[in-house]
Design a protein around this ligand. Structure first.
Ligand SMILES: Cc1cc2nc3c(=O)[nH]c(=O)nc-3n(C[C@H](O)[C@H](O)[C@H](O)COP(=O)(O)OP(=O)(O)OC[C@H]3O[C@@H](n4cnc5c(N)ncnc54)[C@H](O)[C@@H]3O)c2cc1C
Length: 373
């Protein structure tokens, strides 16, 4: 585990960097910036500071730090609503999967590139008939000489229109059970046969996409791990996807702004509500800390990550409710920041309990783990 003094130093480094960026006007804090704040220049600058992929080994350009150090970094970035989407998926879960299961060749090819934001990943898991029931994926990959050909369709792919590469879960054989015969691939989104089509959200904004693959050629070296072992591998990856502080800090800029607005208006009731939210965020941080420690101990914290992913969106929904209450009671803000952040959260909050796994499925995971223990 990284000593507390070193963690404080890491936190100070991130604060200094984001403080400089804010002072220079490089970004404006926003809600859900890890999804909607796609800024390649910011991610590249963060990488140059050595603050992307810190847990990865030095031989691939990482700093060999603990997951708790990474947690400190992500907390500080989310706290100020920094535009981190360009590297988020690659650093959070594709890099760790490559590190865990990929060949040395694959590690050398992609880990430094993710750190430098020379590549940017999106997640090709969901399909029209395979969301909560992810093992039902129908996208297929067939052997073709020394490589593979992928055919199928993925939906709800966040930021596929910005990404250079996609992680794709595809069926390489049919087993007796649907969880068998799945394999994880990396796909170049510029390859012939790839079509990325926008899906606009309710607000008319473009984050989602449909990705169509028509006999897309993928080299064998871009298989992550073992052919046919995709299910076992992806379930570990979901712990990385669900167990981070982005599951409850996406609206932190709004929480801070709400408190400021309430103070300026002398609105005691909102200040008390924010106090209750602050207590909850402390509990959620503690859970995220335990998850980071488990990852450092080599354990995939499936149940704890599911708990965090269940509790986080409920917390963020309550942040939005409190902010709207503050606006009702205190009246309009001087510069429109509170209203803007509320509008951003309003669009993001409904999807929070769906993306990364719906709440009902997460509760099932937790219940199953409790009955096993
Ligand atoms: C904002 C956002 C971003 C996303 N980004 C991505 C992305 O980048 N890549 C990607 O691959 N996917 C992405 N998704 C898709 C997401 O992972 C799926 O929407 C999610 O897994 C649910 O699948 P589904 O939409 O098919 O709903 P379904 O699985 O059809 O579920 C619909 C409803 O049925 C109920 N239900 C389903 N299964 C169960 C069960 N076992 N027990 C109890 N109730 C159940 C629940 O009420 C659930 O809400 C994103 C989704 C959102 C909202």
């Amino acid at each position: 585990m990284t000593p507390a003094a070193d963690l404080a130093q890491v936190r100070a480094r991130v604060r200094a960097f984001t403080g400089e960026c804010l002072a220079a006007g490089d970004f404006v804090p926003r809600c859900d910036a890890w999804v909607s704040g796609f800024d390649l220049a910011f991610s590249k600058a963060l990488g140059e500071q050595g603050l992307v992929g810190v847990t990865w080994p030095a031989e691939f350009g990482g700093a060999g730090m603990s997951s708790t150090a990474r947690l400190v970094i992500t907390e500080e970035l989310l706290r100020v609503g920094a535009p981190v989407a360009a590297h988020w998926i690659g650093e959070r879960q594709i890099g760790p999967s490559i590190l865990r299961f990929g060949s040395r060749e694959l590690q050398a090819e992609f880990l430094p590139a993710i750190m430098a934001s020379d590549v940017s990943f999106c997640l090709g898991m969901s399909e029209t008939e395979a969301g909560s029931d992810l093992a039902a994926v129908r996208t297929t990959a067939r052997r073709d000489g020394s490589g593979w050909r992928i055919t199928g369709a993925k939906v709800w792919t966040t930021n596929a229109h910005h990404a250079t590469h996609a992680y794709v879960l595809a069926r390489t054989s049919r087993g007796e059970l649907k969880h068998e015969g799945l394999t994880e691939f990396i796909v170049d989104l510029k390859a012939p046969g790839v079509t990325v089509r926008p899906i606009l959200d309710l607000a008319g904004e473009h984050h989602f996409n449909e990705m169509l693959f028509d006999e897309v050629a993928v080299p064998d070296r871009w298989v992550i791990g073992e052919v046919g072992e995709g299910w076992a591998q992806v379930t570990g990856q979901l712990s990385f996807e669900r167990g981070g502080s982005e599951r409850f800090l996406s609206t932190y800029p709004l929480l801070a702004e709400t408190l400021g607005h309430a103070h300026r208006c002398g609105d005691r009731a909102t200040i008390e509500q924010v106090g209750a939210l602050a207590a909850r965020v402390t509990a959620l941080r503690s859970l995220a800390w335990d998850i980071a420690v488990s990852i450092d101990n080599g354990v995939a914290p499936v149940a704890d990550a599911a708990k965090l992913k269940y509790l986080g969106p409920a917390f963020e929904r309550d942040v939005l409710t409190t902010a709207r209450y503050a606006l009702d009671v205190g009246g309009p803000s001087d510069d429109g920041t509170l209203e803007r952040l509320i509008a951003e959260a309003q669009v993001a909050v409904p999807g929070m309990s769906i993306r990364g796994g719906v709440s009902e499925v997460l509760l099932t995971l937790v219940a199953r783990s409790e009955t096993r223990s």
